[in-house]
Ligand binder design. Structure first.
Ligand code: GPQ
Length: 824
């Protein structure tokens, strides 16, 4: 402890240039972070050296998004110095919790996809897998959300304004990134046609490394984020021609590439700068991968034995064309050889079946920005379509009927002709990869049967499932110390590394004393949330209420509106005195809406309007409260999830690819009210469906309802309570003076076809909520179920997911000496 204290003081003075006697929490947080980083860097160097010495096969995870959140607490826990740090900082006059609050969340992602990437890095580090995360170091992460007059207002997230003590910026290792320009054709000495791309613009990519430690194993992996730097300052021409200010403008223009994260989630924006971001990040990453590979290898055909590249959705899919370009134009390999290398190296994860999220890029834009890549994509497509034709005409063409060949070719082509001629990035990712995976069992089945059915017939081995998982380090151990300590006192701490050990809790569910202790941990977390809400929102929570929580991005398919209709109905019953047996509850909502997503923003407004009415109504507000949590983010999830009793996972069946929040809640002892969707299905199977509150129509039922003609008006006319709730929303009951404010929301349900079947599931949802309320009155039974939920969540560790990726897709093994935890 004395060592750590000394290091902190030393950093306050010599790294931060401050007086250690002036007790600034900000300085002491930074100094502590630097002292922790010192303890990581040695192991990072050793880890990286061991890969090199052992010629280990490396895994590269390419993702445009990461959501690490805050690093301090997690890193202290991984290093096993949490208690030491707590005592050291308390000696210096600080509470560790308060210091941790000084850190800004690294919010370099939108939601589940980015958070999954961060959980995966944590698991690779813990399992000892030679992994690297690659991404973009956005100057501005996901916007900061404030709620003003009930509406979302976006503020810039200037997360690095005060620097980032965790990152190493490596200004000396710059990689060139080229755009635009033209392609020249030439013939080599064997008479083969060759291509050289001379680019118009060049920008530089600077690596920033963030260290990702494993759990108690001395293994530290790297997350390398690229930041755009202009090459202008090296261009003496500008000075010679006297155009100094022009040079500065160009510099600013170049550095715009990594300025801001696009804040839309599963909605395609199709902006030129976004494509620039994708290529910028991809080419820098591929150059870095090949630089490392070439240190030990000359023969490029050995690449797939040494390197696995995982594409996190299609955002980095241009990597396939980029690797082809390098192999063809720089290494001068033949097409077939280059293509084999590519396919064997790449693998692609799909995260959604929503059509509006499937990426396409206009051919005209690609031709201008990346002319050589567009040529390569055309060539990939031509060869692929010839192969499709060959397979279709062959005897074992199965269901491929060659009468339909033209249609089949149109459907699978990399190029879509309408509405504008564009490249389908998912098709590029599928044919350029040896593995295509979905993120939960149902999702993968839907990929095979619906979205990519043609590809499933063409390549029956390619599509596979890897159900998502979450890291128990952050989402149980670090976020929920009261519960973790209780668990550890009964079964030891092995569950943090091997989550299956939680099954040892099962017999304890029958033990009244353990149940009481389990409830006490929950209450402690509820009280902690209460204190936080009081501080932030100046509101008093009732900790004896059932805490019912719906936190995630705001999206129509996630159906925050269904939850809201339940709240309005509960409000009506209470007002009308029809709810004598109502179980008091507080309903929490939280989540950001894409700034351009009109309906999602209106939903936020509606939730806040209903909240204001309900909370102000003294007839009901001792029994029903609604809280909107502004600026939902990773660190807020860490506070809210441990305090939650009811987890809302109510997406339209078939539409939530997996969900990962669902897992975090159950792991922390919340019971789930949910639809038969995503990974919630597998959770129900692992836990026992009777221990969750499952309701609503299933995916195949919705398909047939749609086919037979779904008429939301029938539900409206057939259900008095539903009608009352919708009429109130449409009238100005919640928006006095602003008549019609929420009409778009209601019209969308009644006259817009209710694409997400809110009305079809309303009545069943109410029934399930009634069951929840009733069960909550029986605290012994509720607690028993809560314990069993957590005990059966072992499968949903990201360690299990990453082990499957490693074995079944990447063909990599953990580093020797690390398999059993402790490493060298
Ligand atoms: N997801 Cl395509 C995102 O968070 N952003 C995206 O752009 C896409 C998917 C989510 C998906 O909605 C969840 O169901 C998954 O659990 C999550 O990805 C991780 O796979």
């Amino acid at each position: 402890m004395e060592g750590l204290k000394k290091d902190v003081i030393r950093h306050v003075v010599s790294s931060l240039g401050s007086d250690y006697a002036s007790k600034s929490a900000y300085n002491y947080y930074n100094a502590l972070a630097l002292a922790v980083r010192d303890r990581l860097i040695d192991n990072w160097i050793k880890t990286q050296r061991s890969y090199y010495d052992e010629k280990a096969k490396r895994v590269y995870y390419l993702s445009l998004e990461y959501l690490p959140g805050k690093s301090l607490m997690n890193n202290l826990h991984c290093l096993g110095i949490y208690e030491t740090a707590r005592k050291a900082m308390s000696d210096l006059g600080f509470s560790l919790e308060d210091l941790a609050e000084q850190e800004w969340d690294a919010g370099l992602g939108n939601g589940g996809l980015g958070r999954l990437a961060s959980c995966f890095l944590d698991s690779m580090a813990t399992l000892g897998i030679p992994g690297y995360g690659y991404g973009i170091r956005y100057d501005y992460g996901i916007f900061h959300q404030v709620i003003e007059d009930g509406k979302q207002v976006e503020q810039a997230d200037n997360w690095m304004r005060v620097g980032n003590p965790w990152a190493y910026e490596r200004g000396q290792h710059l990689f060139p990134v080229r755009f635009f320009g033209e392609v020249k054709n030439w013939t080599d000495e064997y008479g083969r046609l060759r291509h050289t791309w001379t680019a118009g613009d060049t920008v530089l990519a600077m690596p920033c490394d963030m260290l990702v430690p494993g759990w108690d194993n001395h293994h530290v992996i790297n997350m390398r984020l690229w930041s755009a730097r202009s090459d202008v300052e090296f261009d003496l021409d500008f000075f010679n021609t006297g155009n100094y200010l022009g040079a500065v403008e160009e510099k600013i223009f170049d550095e715009k590439i990594s300025k801001v994260l696009y804040p839309s989630d599963q909605i395609e924006e199709g902006r030129e700068l976004r494509l620039k971001q994708q290529y910028f990040f991809v080419t820098a990453t591929i150059q870095d991968i090949l630089r490392r590979f070439r240190k030990k290898h000359q023969d490029m055909t050995e690449l797939p034995q040494s390197v696995a590249i995982q594409l996190n959705d299609t955002h980095p899919a241009i990597a396939i064309a980029e690797l082809m370009r390098i192999l063809l134009d720089e290494d001068l390999l033949d097409w077939e050889v280059a293509w084999d290398i590519c396919v064997s190296t790449f693998a692609y994860t799909n995260h959604t079946i929503l059509p509006e999220a499937l990426e396409t890029w206009p051919v005209s834009l690609l031709e201008r920005m990346l002319p050589r890549h567009m040529q390569i994509i055309y060539e990939i497509n031509a060869r692929f379509l010839r192969e499709v034709e060959r397979v279709a005409r062959s005897e074992d063409c199965g269901q491929l009927c060659h009468r339909d060949l033209d249609h089949l070719k149109q459907r699978v082509s990399l190029i879509q002709e309408r509405p504008i001629k564009s490249v389908r990035m998912a098709h590029l990712a599928i044919i350029g990869s040896h593995s295509v995976n979905g993120v939960a069992a149902l999702h993968t089945e839907l990929l095979k049967a619906r979205v990519f059915d043609d590809f499933q017939r063409l390549y029956p081995q390619k599509i596979n499932n890897k159900t998502n998982g979450v890291t128990p380090r952050r989402w149980l151990w670090s976020a929920n110390q009261p519960l973790s300590r209780l668990i550890a006192s009964h079964i030891g701490t092995g569950f943090v590394r091997n989550l299956d050990e939680l099954t040892q809790l099962e017999p304890l569910a029958a033990d009244p004393a353990f149940r009481e202790a389990w409830r006490a941990a929950k209450l402690e977390n509820k009280q902690r949330l209460q204190a936080y809400i009081k501080r932030k929102l100046m509101r008093e929570l009732h900790t004896e209420h059932l805490f019912d929580v719906h936190i995630k991005r705001i999206h129509e398919y996630k159906r925050q509106v269904l939850n809201l209709l339940h709240v309005v109905t509960a409000y009506n019953r209470l007002r009308h005195g029809q709810a004598a047996d109502f179980t008091p509850r507080t309903v929490f909502f939280g989540g950001k809406a894409a700034p351009s997503y009109f309906m999602a923003k209106r939903i936020i407004h509606a939730i806040n309007a209903v909240a204001a009415t309900v909370n102000a109504d003294s007839r009901v507000n001792d029994k029903l409260q609604v809280v909107y949590l502004p600026n939902y983010c990773v660190s807020q999830a860490e506070r809210v999830i441990p305090a939650t009793e009811l987890s809302e996972q109510i997406s339209t069946a078939g539409m939530e690819a997996s969900g990962t929040g669902n897992m975090k809640f159950a792991l922390n002892g919340a019971l789930t009210i949910g639809t038969w969707d995503g990974a919630t299905i597998e959770m129900a199977q692992a836990i026992g469906p009777e221990l969750l509150f499952i309701f609503g129509m299933r995916e195949d039922e919705l398909v047939s309802l749609r086919q037979h003609g779904y008429n939301p008006m029938l539900y409206y006319h057939g259900d008095e309570e539903l009608r009352e709730a919708l009429d109130m929303l449409r009238s100005d009951a919640f928006s006095p003076g602003q008549h019609g404010l929420f009409a778009p929301l209601v019209d969308n349900l009644l006259h817009g076809g209710d694409r997400f079947f809110v009305l079809a599931d309303y009545r069943q949802y109410l029934g399930a909520q009634q069951d929840v309320g009733r069960l909550y009155l029986d605290q012994e039974e509720w607690t028993r179920r809560s314990i069993l939920n957590a005990a059966r969540m072992g499968f949903f560790s990201s360690d299990r997911a990453i082990s499957q990726y490693a074995r079944e897709i990447w063909d990599v093994a953990p580093m020797a000496g690390l398999q059993n935890g402790k490493g060298a």
